[in-house]
Design a protein around this ligand. Structure first.
Ligand SMILES: NC(=O)c1ccc[n+]([C@@H]2O[C@H](COP(=O)([O-])OP(=O)(O)OC[C@H]3O[C@@H](n4cnc5c(N)ncnc54)[C@H](OP(=O)(O)O)[C@@H]3O)[C@@H](O)[C@H]2O)c1
Length: 336
């Protein structure tokens, strides 16, 4: 008889990494428009860490608009998590498809992003065929492929909003992280920009290898004091400010905080009128075509995954502890 159970990492209350535990749960089954994926690898992202302890998260640590925090509370659940399986960036094999599915078939090797639906810290997940799912590049392992969809789709969505031109000068602050490492590669290899990566000492070599023309250690140097002028400054964690970077922006330079609160949104409104230096706050809303684009880029070997460490799924709590300590470079992956 077919096994109706699956292994998953469950959390039934908000809290530290130890709320995550391995359990057997009902195996998920696909609706007519869905694909059932046997998960082989899943990456641990910023969203997993936030969602795991959402109830106790100080407002200061939620680095997006306060309105999003309220909306997220409805999505995640107020006193207890509504969705008990975290994980949104996966790679695996299609085990079965719903009756209406045309794009995928059993046996396809795929990778993708489930967004706020989560559900990937498990042996199986379901995703609509028109969701953010694509065939995995055949030269990549599941582990490698699982490290790509979140950072790369976010990065390409955001970069498309600022219309970078060839040879423009771009700074990526947070260049060693999931979004930053993809942004460095896409800005330099796809848009042809000259990229300066900003990260801590430990990430410098990796960021250089991704195509950054220059890498600056923010613990030792302040790029705003080097007298250089840039067309675009991408600030992944939004820790900086327009006033701090304004003098380092060229005449029509753009400051793009990937994480932003109301004050930065107001600056965007203010700066949108003058025709000079601007702040652009944008939300990345990736679609299947974005992952398709990323897949082609991977096939051409112009984008590579950055994996810091892998842990077996059973050690999800340890992986969360590692990520939460703030040492992660690129992506941390759980394997099944
Ligand atoms: N706008 C949108 O639609 C959107 C979508 C998704 C996510 N986000 C936002 O993106 C953020 C998460 O990005 P991520 O997943 O790429 O995170 P991540 O993987 O944790 O990367 C963040 C990087 O920032 C670096 N960093 C930490 N402190 C820094 C500092 N003072 N100066 C410069 N760099 C610093 C860290 O590198 P070092 O170790 O080298 O310091 C780290 O690698 C969240 O704030 C989330 O809200 C926004």
């Amino acid at each position: 008889m077919e096994n109706s159970k699956m292994k998953a990492i469950i959390y039934s209350e908000y809290g530290g990494p130890d709320v995550l535990h391995l359990q057997e749960v009902e195996k998920t089954s696909p609706k007519s428009n869905e694909v059932l994926v046997r998960v082989h690898a899943v990456s641990v992202n910023y969203g997993d860490i936030i969602a795991r302890n959402f109830k106790n998260l100080p407002a200061s640590e939620f680095n997006m608009l306060a309105l999003f925090r309220i909306l997220a509370q409805f999505g995640f659940g107020f006193s207890k998590p509504k969705r008990q399986i975290l994980g949104n960036t996966f790679a695996g094999e299609v085990e079965m498809v719903g009756s209406g599915v045309k794009k995928f078939k059993a046996g396809d090797q795929v990778f993708g992003y489930t967004g706020e639906t989560m559900g990937a810290y498990a042996e199986y997940l379901c995703i609509p065929e028109d969701g953010i799912i694509a065939l995995k590049p055949s030269h990549m392992t599941y582990e490698e492929a699982s490290a790509v969809p979140y950072g790369a789709t976010m990065a390409i969505c955001l970069l498309k909003k600022v219309n970078i031109q060839k040879e423009q000068r771009v700074v990526v602050i947070g260049a060693s992280g999931a979004i930053g490492s993809a942004a460095v590669q896409l800005a330099s290899h796809y848009f042809g920009a000259e990229v300066t990566g900003v990260c801590s000492t430990q990430g410098m070599e990796s960021v250089k290898s991704l195509g950054a023309a220059k890498v600056i250690d923010y613990k030792k140097d302040d790029f705003t004091k080097n007298g250089e002028s840039y067309d675009l400054i991408i600030d992944v964690l939004g820790k900086g400010s327009f006033s701090k970077y304004k003098a380092s922006l060229g005449q029509k330079g753009i400051y793009l905080p990937v994480s932003f609160k109301t004050s930065k949104l107001l600056q965007m409104l203010r700066t949108s009128m003058g025709g000079g230096k601007r702040v652009i706050c944008a939300l990345a809303t990736p679609k299947q075509e974005d992952l398709e684009f990323i897949r082609e880029f991977l096939e051409d070997r112009k984008l590579k995954p950055v994996i810091d460490q892998s842990f077996p799924l059973e050690r999800a709590a340890e992986a969360h502890r590692y990520v939460e300590a703030g040492n992660k470079k690129g992506n941390v992956v759980l394997t099944l």
